[in-house]
Design a protein around this ligand. Structure first.
Ligand code: PAF
Length: 282
């Protein structure tokens, strides 16, 4: 596997693949990779002849009080893992390579719909940072296929909208969430949890399943959501939200709607803020 720090070197490599007729898959990441990320690489491999992964901790998607400085970085282990999972090239640029005019003064990509609620409401500017860096990465890599995890469900919808609205010729593929034995969704931020907290965090997936069961049993949505928040709080988590929304655009469903919905949770536990979701009729 080749490693590139410069956009020009990466482009030269991808152009040579294209001239040889290869289809290119792309997996953008912020590093500190785990089995969930490697499953994205394997899915990209299944859709493409060549796979590029990027490792870039993107400053513009972190708020001023968030964990940009302390975000776990483990480039050597990431490189070894990517190579072992069949990645062909790693792009790991510095901040100046991605933001030549400075991160704060960069051209920005805004996705006005889908981003006004949930993570977008609680983390102002987050999705503009994600959309901006993903657009730049798409432009540098020019993949045919890009793979994103369903765990970051709202991000997946934002990227789909971005690719469609900018008419990018890139197929966006969703990868199912990988989970620990207790149901906890794999995430780089799980590293912030103690062993005991990891155990307790299994309540998030159990709560999502209870929300699904409640909906299927015909319970009223506001009651399902109130019960979900109470269940999380009883396990010592601080819920930011536990809601049922339309899976297509995260708008609020009418009380009579029972199809095409998703349950989403964000909750804080110790030093970690955890998000997860469950499609209610996948
Ligand atoms: O999901 C992530 O790891 C990041 O938001 C992404 C898509 C790599 C953009 O920085």
């Amino acid at each position: 596997m080749d490693t590139f720090h410069s956009a020009a070197d990466l482009r030269a490599c991808v152009s040579a693949w294209r001239r040889a007729g290869a289809c290119v898959g792309f997996v953008p990441t912020m590093g500190n990779l785990h089995a969930g990320h490697f499953s994205l690489v394997e899915l990209a491999r299944a859709h493409a002849d060549k796979v590029v992964a990027s490792v870039f901790v993107n400053p513009t998607q972190f708020g001023p009080n968030e964990d940009f400085a302390s975000y776990p970085r483990s480039l050597e282990a990431d490189r070894a893992g990517l190579a072992a999972h069949g990645c062909d090239a790693l792009f790991t640029p510095g901040v100046e390579e991605m933001y030549p005019f400075g991160a704060a003064t960069s051209v920005r990509v805004e996705v006005p719909q889908i981003t006004q609620t949930l993570e977008g409401e609680l983390r102002p500017g987050h999705f503009a940072g994600v959309a901006t860096v993903v657009t730049k990465l798409f432009n540098l890599v020019q993949p045919d296929v890009a793979v994103f995890g369903e765990k970051d469900y709202q991000q997946l919808l934002v990227i789909r909208r971005l690719a469609e609205d900018l008419r990018l010729p890139i197929e966006i593929v969703a990868a199912p969430t990988r989970r620990e034995a207790n149901g906890l969704a794999m995430s780089s931020r799980n590293q912030y949890l103690s062993a005991e907290e990891r155990d307790r965090a299994g309540v998030i997936h159990r709560t999502l399943s209870a929300m699904r069961d409640g909906l299927h049993a015909g319970r009223v949505q506001v009651e399902i959501e109130a019960d979900a928040r109470a269940r999380l709080a009883a396990a010592g988590l601080v819920p930011d939200y536990a809601v049922i929304r339309r899976a297509g655009d995260l708008s609020m469903p009418a009380g009579s709607e029972h199809r095409g919905l998703v349950a989403l949770i964000a909750a804080r536990l110790g030093r970690a803020r955890l998000i997860d979701n469950l499609l209610l009729d996948p």
